[in-house]
Design a protein around this ligand. Structure first.
Ligand SMILES: *Cc1c(COP(=O)(O)O)cnc(C)c1O
Length: 390
C-alpha cells in the first residue's frame, strides 16, 4: 500500500514540518524511490542483509506452541538478526541511502536504545559520524545500550528538556537537522515522521513479508497465511510483516499494542484505542493527547512500545478495519514471554511477547496458518523478566 503523492494513507500521514526542514525533506522525497529502486542500491542492500544481518531470517514452525493453542503457529525469527531485532533492516537501508545522497553525518533519536544501537552499528560499518539523541532519563534506564552505542563509536547526546524521554530526544534530533541541513541525514527508527519516512521505512522492512511468501510456500504449499500477528509501537516490524499481504483481504492482519497496567489505568500505550487524531513528529495520525493537545506520556513494561503515537499506515489500516487490533498488558506479555521460553526454548523481546500474547485473545481454527513476527530477542529484557518471575 502506497501513500498518495503527499504522503497520505487515507486521512493519515503527510509532512507537518517547520519550514526550515523543507529542503531536507524535499530532497529525500524527490530521490528516495529512484535510489531505492536502482539496481546498484538493491544489490548492496540485499548483499548486506544476507552477509551482515544474516537474512533470510528463518520461518520456524513452533510445534509445541501450536499444540497449546490448537492452531498452526509459525515464528518469523527477526530475533536472529544481527543486533537482535528487525530494526537493522531499516538502518542498513537508510545508511545506503544517506551515502547515495552524499551525507557525511548521521543523527538519530532513541528511546530504549535499540534504534540507537542499530544506527550506531551501520555508522560503524560505513565509517560515518553518528550522533544519537536520547532522553536523560532513558540514558539512565538503558545503560547497557548506551554502552553499546559508545563501543560502536557513536556520541550519545542527552535530551534534558521536558520529561527527558523519547519525544524530547526527537525534538533535539529535529533541531540538529535544521542546523545541519546539507551534510546530515536523520535516520528515523519506525514508520513514523513526515512523508516519505513512513513509506521508506515500510519498504526497507518489507523484506520480512517478502521472505515469508516463499518460506510459507516451502512449509505449507501456499504463499499466504491465514493471519499475521505483530506488535506495534511505531509500527515498523508490523508494516514489514504485513506489507506484501495488505491487498489480500483474506489474510487477517493483527496488530498488538501495549496496554501497560490496563487500558483504563492511565498507565498505557494503547494508542489506537486511547488516541485521537492529531499531529505528532511530522505526521497526522492517532496519538494519546489531552483535550488541549498535550501529549500524554505513554507507559509500557516494554521500552520499544511506549510511544504515544502510531504510524499513519497503521492508523489507516485500523480505522478502515483492514487490521484488527488487540492490546496486551504487562502481565499478559510477561506470561507469553515465559511460555515461549519454556516450551520452545526462545526468549522473546518483551515487545514481541505482546504479539505472542494475542494467541490467547484472537480466535483461530485448527488448520489456520498463523505467523507471529518475533521482532526481537529477549536478552535485553532478562532483568525485567527475572524481577517479575511468578
Ligand atoms: C523497537 C522495537 C519494537 C517496536 O518498534 P516498531 O517500529 O513498532 O516495530 C518492537 N520489537 C522490538 C524487538 C523492538 O526493538
Amino acid at each position: 500500500m502506497k501513500p498518495n503523492k503527499n504522503g497520505y494513507y487515507g486521512k493519515f500521514g503527510g509532512a507537518y514540518i517547520p519550514e526550515m526542514l523543507y529542503p531536507n525533506v524535499k530532497n529525500l522525497n524527490e530521490n528516495y524511490l529512484k535510489i531505492i529502486n536502482s539496481d546498484s542500491f538493491q544489490k548492496d542492500f540485499k548483499s548486506l542483509l544476507k552477509d551482515y544481518v544474516g537474512r533470510p531470517s528463518p520461518l520456524y514452525f513452533a510445534e509445541r506452541l501450536s499444540k497449546k493453542y490448537d492452531t498452526q503457529v509459525y515464528l518469523k525469527r527477526e530475533d536472529l538478526n544481527h543486533t537482535g531485532a528487525h530494526k537493522i533492516n531499516n538502518t542498513i537501508g537508510q545508511i545506503l541511502l544517506a551515502q547515495e545522497l552524499g551525507k557525511k553525518r548521521i543523527i538519530a533519536e532513541t528511546g530504549a536504545g535499540q534504534h540507537g544501537v542499530a544506527t550506531a552499528t551501520v555508522c560503524a560499518l560505513m565509517g560515518l559520524e553518528c550522533i544519537v539523541y536520547m532522553g536523560e532519563v532513558d540514558i539512565e534506564r538503558q545503560a547497557p545500550n548506551v554502552a553499546r552505542m559508545k563501543m560502536l563509536g557513536a556520541e550519545v547526546r542527552p535530551a534534558k528538556s521536558g520529561s527527558r524521554t523519547l519525544k524530547d530526544a526527537t525534538n533535539e534530533a529535529i533541531r540538529d537537522w535544521i542546523a545541519h541541513p546539507i551534510d546530515t541525514h536523520y535516520i528515523i527508527g519506525s514508520v513514523v515522521g513526515p512523508h516519505p519516512y513512513p513509506d521508506m521505512v515500510a519498504l526497507f522492512q518489507s523484506v520480512i513479508s517478502e521472505e515469508m511468501k516463499w518460506q510459507l510456500q516451502e512449509h505449507v504449499g501456499r504463499e499466504n497465511p491465514d493471519a499475521i500477528i505483530a506488535c506495534v509501537g511505531g509500527g515498523s516490524n508490523a508494516a514489514g510483516a504485513f506489507y506484501h499481504y495488505l491487498e489480500d483481504e483474506k489474510v487477517r492482519l493483527i496488530a498488538v499494542e501495549a496496554a501497560g497496567l490496563g487500558i483504563d489505568s492511565g498507565e498505557s500505550a494503547a494508542t489506537s484505542v486511547l488516541g485521537s487524531e492529531g499531529v505528532i513528529h511530522g505526521s497526522r495520525t492517532l496519538l494519546m493527547q489531552t483535550d488541549d493537545g498535550q501529549i500524554i506520556e505513554p507507559y509500557s513494561i516494554s521500552a520499544g512500545l511506549d510511544y504515544p503515537g502510531i504510524g499513519p499506515l497503521h492508523a489507516h489500516l485500523i480505522k478502515t478495519e483492514r487490521a484488527e487490533v488487540f492490546s496486551a498488558t504487562d502481565q499478559e506479555a510477561l506470561q507469553a514471554g515465559y511460555l515461549l521460553s519454556k516450551i520452545e526454548g526462545i526468549i522473546p523481546a518483551l515487545e514481541s511477547a505482546h504479539a505472542l500474547a494475542a494467541l490467547e485473545m484472537a480466535k483461530f481454527r485448527k488448520d489456520d496458518v498463523v505467523v507471529v513476527n518475533l521482532s526481537g530477542r529477549g536478552d535485553k529484557d532478562l532483568a525485567t523478566y527475572i524481577a517479575h518471575l511468578p
